[in-house]
Ligand binder design. Structure first.
Ligand code: CP
Length: 323
């Protein structure tokens, strides 16, 4: 199966090989500059970004590509996505034309589009993303969609593979953390999807721990060990992936939860001196304590650094598969 888009783990034939590719590129970043010669990557953002924006641009530059960035939310025309409507309101351009036009200028397109968190079916149908893919006519890389963030998850798996020095499989725990806002499920969905695939391949053991009501969609957690007691779940953990998400069941809501879900050094005591990961941006001393972020157990900067190699591995494969 040739990879011709990157929107989920399902687009990847062999995740172990893609992780190896990323680590090889980290060791030798400029070996494939010929692949991107005269090729253009377009990055389309409907939402803010620091890491995804910069790491994907740098990855493309390392491969010899040119990059154009479109901040669609601030600089583009207001887009219509519904078919069959008379456009006599506030929308100015239909996605049918906008995506198709961007496909005329770019060999590969990246797209970031967050969920609205009001209508679960609408978000989980990925209507906007799917229409963009359909009409642009070139390979699309997800820069985070309503339900997934695969470039982040690939970088996370690269980070675990690179840093794990044990002889047994590592125990990886995705741990829910508090937040003041309702956040999407895209990062935890995607992390779970990738970790479940890695668990299937005997690379690691995977647990998710969250308060009652914060269960992710079962579609993203096949084979995961689902728990509700944080202290129990963390016992013997080698990696803890800290992340907030809003409720899937009571869609987009911030539910009440018991005290004690912020990750701190006290909670690391029952672990195997666990390394702590977070996709960033992180709210200090709300999701994750400053003592962890500034201490020896934090992998967050290393993990963000690996976003570059994850993006480069994906772009390299898409460039190789361009017809
Ligand atoms: N982790 C991540 O995707 O960061 P940005 O939102 O800053 O791109």
């Amino acid at each position: 199966m040739k990879m011709n888009q990157f929107t989920s783990v399902k687009d990847v034939e062999d995740i172990s090989q893609l992780v190896e590719d990323a680590l090889q590129l980290k060791a030798n970043p400029y070996a494939d500059q010929h692949l991107g010669k005269n090729k253009t990557l377009g990055l389309v953002f409907l939402n803010p970004s620091l890491r995804t924006r910069l790491s994907t641009q740098k990855a493309a530059i390392n491969l010899g590509m040119s990059v154009m960035v479109m901040n669609m939310d601030k600089e583009g025309w207001a887009l219509e996505t519904e078919d069959g409507v008379v456009m006599n309101g506030t929308t100015v351009e239909h996605i049918r034309e906008a995506a198709a036009v961007m496909g005329q200028y770019c060999d590969i397109l990246g797209l970031r589009s967050f969920p609205k968190l009001t209508n679960r079916d609408e978000d989980y149908n990925e209507d906007f993303f799917n229409k963009f893919i359909k009409y642009c006519g070139v390979p699309v890389v997800s820069l985070e969609s309503a339900t997934r963030h695969p470039l982040q998850s690939l970088a996370d798996l690269v980070t675990i593979k690179e840093t794990w020095k044990g002889t047994e499989k590592p125990k990886v725990v995705l741990a829910w953390a508090p937040h003041v806002k309702a956040l999407p499920q895209a990062v935890p969905n995607s992390f779970s999807e990738w970790m479940c695939k890695a668990q299937e391949q005997n690379m690691l053991d995977f647990t998710i721990v969250q308060p009652e009501g914060y269960e992710l969609s079962a579609d993203f957690t096949p084979g995961a060990n689902i728990m509700y007691n944080l202290e129990e779940a963390l016992k013997g953990a080698d990696y803890i992936y800290v992340k907030n998400w809003s409720s899937f069941k009571e869609y987009g809501k911030v539910l009440t939860y018991p005290d004690g879900w912020m990750m701190n050094n006290e909670k690391l005591k029952g672990t195997n001196d666990a390394k702590v990961m977070h996709c960033l941006p992180v709210r200090r001393d709300l999701e994750l304590s400053s003592e962890i972020l500034d201490g020896p157990n934090s992998l967050v900067i290393h993990e963000a650094g690996n976003r570059l190699w994850a993006a480069q591995a994906v772009l390299k494969e898409l460039l190789q598969n361009l017809s």
